[in-house]
Design a protein around this ligand. Sequence first.
Ligand SMILES: Cc1ncc(COP(=O)(O)O)c(C=O)c1O
Length: 367
Amino acid sequence: MTSSTIEKGISIDLIDTPCLLVDMALVEKNLKTLFSKLSGTNVKVRPHLKTVKSPEFAKLLLAAGATGVCVAKLSEAEVMAAAGIEDILITTEIMGAPKLERLEKLIAKHAQVKVVIDSAVGACAMQNAAKNAGVKLSVFLELNVGQNRAGVEPGEPALRIANEISKQSNLQLIGIQGYEGHLQLLPDETERKRLCAESMEKLMSTVALLRQNGHKIDVITTGGTGTSEYCVEAGANEVQPGSFIFMDVAYRRAIGQRYENALTVVSTVISKPSESRCVIDAGFKSLSTDSGNAELRSHTNMTYRPAGDEHGIIESSNSKLQLEIGDRVELIPSHIDTTVNLHDYYYCHRGGRIENVWRLSARGKVQ
Ligand SMILES: Cc1ncc(COP(=O)(O)O)c(C=O)c1O
């Protein structure tokens, strides 16, 4: 059956492959784990939708207790806003005439869209967009806390940009974002915690400096799946985890089984050229490899590797492979975000029966 003809309640064995299969009971368990960990801390959870890229999952996160969402790109924000999600922080700087025009349209209609700024040029661009839209735009100063990606340097450089933002009549500086992306996958928990404390020190000392200079920094937002709890301990009042909802091999290796692997790619054995090797219908176009190869959910004595765009090879360490042509296998993606972005639909199931087929509306939205 294809996505358009799928009926609710059918067995997952009837859906076509390769496909994204989501175990909703495990998703709910992951939501509960995250929200119960942070309950009683007064911290707000603003999950990052760059993982799920779907308004349906965004709504599930909001229903579970999220107070708003993050997206990486303007085009993702457009999809979420069109689906009725209002409180959206775009966590990547927006630049270039085509985007600024679209930003104007978005903020003219959606007052709760927020952006990040890390330069005077950015402050001017956001001011023009907000002025043209006739709105006051809420903005976050983005700080480099050690990832060395975007973000102004802590201390005086950050103060200079905060001052630039405050000069702009259509901008309101409401918070600071400092994302320690370089620490998320550090496998040594003690080291991850220690380095996170260092990053948070940069963030919190800059917040103190900005406040001393009259800036009202209400929101201190940061943290991913591997660091959110440590960020909260060190003073963040909002966290942005994304991957925890589905997990992947890279995160499981780094942080253990704190969250469940709720998403797999299902694939079919299409050829078995030898007793120890078979070929499945999932290659580079179904499973991303930027973080290594996917792993089989069961059959742990077998390994998967891509063998081209549309093919994958499964081999066994034992000589005889316990798979036959026509069998189906479930693979845990090595990196969830880049794998999800390769697919059109989520096949959500409960106990092996399809509950929903959700379109990945923000799939491919990188602009
Ligand atoms: C700014 C920002 N916040 C939060 C996240 C979420 O991180 P994770 O998916 O590791 O939980 C990301 C991921 O890249 C990010 O770039």
